[in-house]
Design a protein around this ligand. Structure first.
Ligand SMILES: C[S@@+](CC[C@H](N)C(=O)[O-])C[C@H]1O[C@@H](n2cnc3c(N)ncnc32)[C@H](O)[C@@H]1O
Length: 437
C-alpha cells in the first residue's frame, strides 16, 4: 500500500527521497523564514503606529495577533532549520515573485477546519454532504482513500465513516505539521487578523484555539494517516488506492502533470472525485481546462463519468469580515474502468489505430546498407525497429494473427517463438497503438 517512509521530522512523516528531501527542507525553510520576516515587519510597523495615534486599541489588537502567529511560525522555522543543508539552500531556485505572504494559508484553514465556528461548519457541510450523498448511490470498494492537497485535513477526516483507511497528504510542511499536532491531541492558539472589512474593533483580531475533540480523535484511531508528499510522486503501489479525492486542489497544478500518478495508483473501478471552482493558481492558460474538457480528458483515458454538477458554497467565510467569496464548485466523479484482460488468438484481426511514422537511415556503396530504423510511437522512439515494421505492415484490419505468422514466414522472417510476436501485439493493444476488430 503506502511505500516505506523516508523520514520523520517533529512527528511529521515525509515521503520524499533523500535527494528531494534536502531541497524540500531548504525550500520550506526559505518560505517560512520569509513569512516570519513578513510577520515581523508588520509587527514593527504596528508598534511604530501605536505611538501618537487615537487608534491605539486597533494597533494593540493587531500587535497581539501578529506576535502570536509569529511565535507559531517561528516554531516551524526552528524545526526545519537544523535540517537545512547549506549546499541545498545555496542552490535553491525560488521564484523571486513568490508572494510568501499568501503562501501561509494555515491559519485560515485551521479556523475553518478545527474551531467549529458556525459559518465554517456550514462551508464544510455544503462541501462534504453532496459528496457523501452521491457516493451513497455508487457501488465502490471502501478499503482506503487518498486526499490530495488535504491542507489541515478536516474534509478528509469527515470521510472516516465511509472508508476503512484514510490517507491525507499535502506538500506543505506546515499544513501537515499543524494537522499532526492536532492528531496528537495538542491545541493550537492563533489569530486571523483583519485590518479591513470589519464592523467593529472586536472583529479585527479574534483569538482562536484549534482542537480535534477527543470523541472525534477516537473515531480515527489507526485509520487516518497524514503525511507530506508531492502529487507528482505519490508514495503508493500501483492500483492500490480505491478513491482519490481532489477537493479544492485540482486547480493548484496542471492536470497533465499529475494525471498519470493518480491513474497509476487508482485500483480497477477506483473513483476520482473532484470538487472545486477550477480557479487555476498557475499562469499557463494552455492548461486551464474547462470542466467539459476535464471530463473529456478523463473519458478519453477510459474513465466513466458518474457525477457532473455544480454545487455552490461560501468559501472560507469568516463572520468577523464583511466580505467573503462564494464558489460555484464543479463536482465531478469518474470511475476508472477495469481493462479486460487483453488476448490475441489465431483468429484475432488487428488494425493500426493512428498512422505511425518511421524513418530509415543508411548508406549506399556497393548496395544499400541500412544502419538505423526508427519507429515513432506515442510513448517514444523505438530504434532497431525493422522486424517490428515487417509485423506492423501485415496488421491491416484483414489478416488474422495466424495469417500474419504465415505471411511473415513466407517473407523469410525467422519465427522461433510465435509468443514473442503475440506479446508484442498485446503490448501494442494495451498502449492503444493497435485495436482488435
Ligand atoms: C487550496 S488548498 C486546499 C486545502 C484542502 N484541500 C482543503 O480544502 O481544505 C491546496 C493545498 O494543496 C497543497 N499543494 C500544493 N501543491 C501540492 C503538491 N505538489 N502536492 C501536494 N499538495 C500540494 C497546498 O499546500 C494546499 O494545502
Amino acid at each position: 500500500m503506502l511505500l516505506t517512509k523516508t523520514n520523520t521530522l517533529d512527528s511529521v512523516s515525509i515521503y520524499l527521497n533523500e535527494y528531494q528531501l534536502s531541497f524540500y527542507y531548504a525550500e520550506s525553510y526559505f518560505l517560512y523564514k520569509n513569512h516570519l520576516n513578513y510577520l515581523i515587519s508588520r509587527l514593527n510597523k504596528y508598534k511604530s503606529y501605536q505611538e501618537n495615534t487615537e487608534r491605539k486599541k486597533y494597533f494593540n489588537l493587531l500587535n497581539d495577533a501578529y506576535s502570536q502567529n509569529a511565535k507559531n511560525v517561528n516554531k516551524i522555522v526552528s524545526t526545519l532549520k537544523s535540517n537545512v543543508s547549506i549546499t541545498a539552500y545555496e542552490n535553491l531556485k525560488v521564484n523571486s515573485t513568490n508572494n510568501t505572504q499568501t503562501t501561509l494559508k494555515d491559519f485560515i484553514y485551521l479556523r475553518r477546519d478545527w474551531c467549529f465556528l458556525p459559518e465554517a461548519e456550514e462551508q464544510l457541510k455544503t462541501t462534504i454532504d453532496p459528496i457523501k450523498q452521491e457516493l451513497s448511490k455508487i457501488k465502490f470498494e471502501n478499503n482506503n482513500s487518498l486526499f490530495l492537497g488535504c491542507g489541515v485535513g478536516r474534509i478528509a477526516f469527515e470521510f472516516e465513516n465511509v472508508y476503512k483507511k484514510i490517507y491525507a497528504t499535502d506538500k506543505s510542511f506546515s499544513m501537515i505539521w499543524h494537522l499532526q499536532k492536532l492528531l496528537n491531541g495538542e491545541l493550537i492558539n492563533f489569530y486571523n487578523p483583519h485590518e479591513k472589512n470589519t464592523h467593529r474593533l472586536e472583529n479585527v483580531a479574534q483569538k482562536y484555539i484549534a482542537e480535534i475533540p477527543k470523541e472525534k480523535l477516537n473515531k480515527v484511531k489507526n485509520k487516518f494517516e497524514a503525511f507530506v508528499s508531492d502529487v507528482l510522486d505519490l508514495p503508493f503501489e500501483n492500483k492500490s488506492v480505491n478513491a482519490i479525492f481532489s477537493i479544492y486542489f485540482t486547480d493548484v497544478i496542471a492536470l497533465k502533470l499529475w494525471f498519470q500518478q493518480i491513474n497509476d495508483k487508482l485500483s480497477d473501478n477506483g473513483l476520482f472525485i473532484h470538487f472545486g471552482p477550477l480557479d487555476y493558481f498557475f499562469s499557463d492558460e494552455r492548461e486551464m481546462l474547462t470542466a467539459e474538457e476535464f471530463r473529456q480528458f478523463f473519458e478519453s483515458k477510459g474513465y466513466t463519468t458518474l457525477v457532473d454538477k455544480i454545487v455552490e458554497t461560501p468559501h472560507l467565510e469568516d463572520s468577523n469580515s464583511i466580505s467573503y467569496k462564494v464558489y460555484r464548485n464543479w463536482f465531478f466523479i469518474a470511475q476508472k474502468n477495469k481493462k479486460e484482460d487483453i488476448e490475441v488468438n489465431d483468429d484475432t484481426v488487428l488494425s493500426i489505430k493512428e498512422p505511425i511514422s518511421y524513418e530509415r537511415k543508411g548508406v549506399i556503396k556497393d548496395g544499400i546498407k541500412e544502419n538505423e530504423v526508427n519507429l515513432k510511437l506515442p510513448n517514444g522512439n523505438f530504434s532497431g525497429a525493422d522486424s517490428v515494421i515487417q509485423i506492423l505492415k501485415l496488421v491491416d484490419g484483414k489478416n488474422t494473427f495466424k495469417e500474419i505468422l504465415i505471411k511473415l514466414k513466407k517473407n523469410g522472417f525467422v519465427i522461433n517463438d510465435s509468443d514473442e510476436i503475440k506479446n508484442l501485439l498485446i503490448d501494442f493493444l494495451k498502449q492503444e497503438i493497435v485495436t482488435a476488430n
